[in-house]
Design a protein around this ligand. Structure first.
Ligand SMILES: Nc1nc2c(ncn2[C@@H]2O[C@H](COP(=O)(O)OP(=O)(O)OP(=O)(O)O)[C@@H](O)[C@H]2O)c(=O)[nH]1
Ligand SMILES: [Mg+2]
Length: 433
């Protein structure tokens, strides 16, 4: 599906978390007559990630209402004989196409429009390495293994915006709202004065064949709309999000501008707004054919359209009020929607706005509050999360890391004393000189 106009219709919060990575194993080979073989602890499996995927079989967030917390499975721990822990399977949450994914602060993480588009919303934690990975010629029997990292946890905000395939474009009073109310269950305000419709309205057309498509009634355009005049200009930017534009033209003899001027005026406003709109898929429809004096105008309009578009272009003559020729029009629209949605997108699908995992960063900051030193930093927090503090060798390894990365020096500079508390991420320690 190409980019389509979206109107906000639903919203929901979810709390999601990636699975924890499995721990690496500490284990030694057992062989006959060999008292203690080499290290053979396997790696932990990665935790599963949580994905959101645009699934056309979903129309709303209804089935997520009672499943606000979703977790991907953990990775399994590594085992002896270098056995790798099983990785946690990914959790895929289906959402309707047209879903915007935002973070807690409202920042856009993803815009899922085409079926099958996916975004990884919460990454699983990576598994820890087993002790077999830490053997060196100098240290042949390491008892150190890494713990698996926790998965990402976050609260996300989903917004559903309906996608419209057909956009109604016309001057005020052309009968756009009347047409929408006639062909869909939408009930927009209809009146014989211009600018009755102030915000885009959507309606679903359901064909007898079972096909359906969404039509958007956009506020009326006026001359100068591309420069920001009138109400319609704010919605011009949405026009490109439809598959097909329906230019609706008032055929009545009293219509101002007259049908030919209206047609040329609409094309001009669209083209002046954006060059790409000049040859955007469109169909021209003359309305109010039930009124007297409209046949002549329809003929004039046909001629003008043929001149402009070159080939003998079809112009529909309808009456939104009586329903005349609406069946033929809908049949044509359904065919065009099917044809155009099968085309490859004009632009590459823009699914993922979310930046990838942050680059490893050696930097850390220490804040002092009373006797507590709070350490923050991606790498140091990871190193702490990776460490099994009950394992003597792992602990020593972590202490060496703290020395190497300059944390210990920094703590001393800040005046740390034995017995003070140091927190690194989720872990808490007592400082020993
Ligand atoms: N005779 C006749 N009148 C129509 C027809 N379609 C719409 N009208 C009338 O034209 C007037 C404007 O109709 P709307 O549907 O409100 O027009 P609109 O294009 O939505 O207008 P804005 O929202 O103001 O831009 C109303 O009085 C309608 O009853 C039609 O097919 N025949
Ligand atoms: Mg209207």
């Amino acid at each position: 599906m190409r980019r389509c106009l979206k109107i906000f219709v639903d919203e929901i919060w979810l709390e999601i978390s990636g699975g924890r990575g499995g721990d690496g194993a500490v284990s030694f080979r057992r062989e006959k007559f060999v008292p203690r073989g080499g290290p053979d602890g396997g790696d932990g499996g990665d935790g599963g990630s949580v994905y959101l995927e645009a699934d056309p079989s979903r129309q709303s967030f209804l089935d997520l209402r009672y499943r606000r917390r979703q977790k991907a499975p953990h990775g399994a721990n590594g085992g002896p004989k270098r056995r790798q822990g099983r990785r946690g399977s990914d959790l895929v949450i289906p959402v309707p196409p047209g879903t915007l994914v935002r973070d807690e602060k409202g920042g856009l993480l993803a815009d899922l429009t085409s079926p099958g588009q996916r975004v990884r919303a919460a990454a699983g934690g990576t598994g820890g390495r087993g002790n077999s990975r830490f053997a060196t010629s100098r240290h042949q029997a390491p008892r150190h293994a890494e713990k698996g990292l926790p998965g990402e946890e976050l609260k996300i905000y989903l917004e559903l915006k309906l996608l419209a395939q057909v956009g109604l474009v016309g001057f005020p009073n052309a009968g756009k709202s009347t047409l929408l109310s006639r062909i869909t269950t939408a009930r927009p305000k209809i009146a014989d004065y211009p600018f009755t419709t102030l915000t885009p309205q959507l309606g679903l057309v359901e064909m007898e064949s079972g096909e359906s498509f969404v039509v958007a009634d956009l506020p009326g355009l006026i001359t100068g709309a591309h420069r920001g005049a009138g109400l319609g200009h704010r919605f011009l930017r949405h026009v490109e999000r439809n598959l097909l534009l329906l230019l609706l033209i008032d055929l009545s003899p009293e219509a101002r501008p007259d049908p030919v001027e209206a047609y040329r005026g609409l094309i001009e406003e669209l083209t002046l707004y954006s060059k790409g709109l000049a040859d955007y898929p469109r169909v021209v429809v003359g309305n109010k054919r039930d009124l007297t004096g409209t046949e002549e105008n329809l003929a004039l309009l046909r001629r003008a359209v043929e001149e402009e578009e070159g080939a003998p272009a079809g112009v529909f003559g309808i009456s939104a009020a009586t329903g005349a020729s609406l069946k033929e029009l809908l049949h044509f629209l359904a065919g065009e929607v099917a044809r155009l949605s099968a085309l490859p997108p004009a632009r590459p699908a823009e699914a993922v706005i979310r930046p990838g995992p942050v680059e490893e960063d050696n930097a850390f900051v220490v804040e002092k509050e009373g006797g507590v030193y709070r350490v923050r930093g991606l790498r140091i927090e990871r190193a702490a999360a990776r460490t099994d503090f009950d394992n003597e060798e792992s602990l020593r390894r972590f202490q060496r890391y703290c020395r190497r990365c300059g944390l210990e020096k920094e703590l001393k500079r800040m005046g740390i004393e034995a017995g003070d508390t140091v927190t690194i991420g989720e872990e808490e320690f007592y400082y020993e000189a």
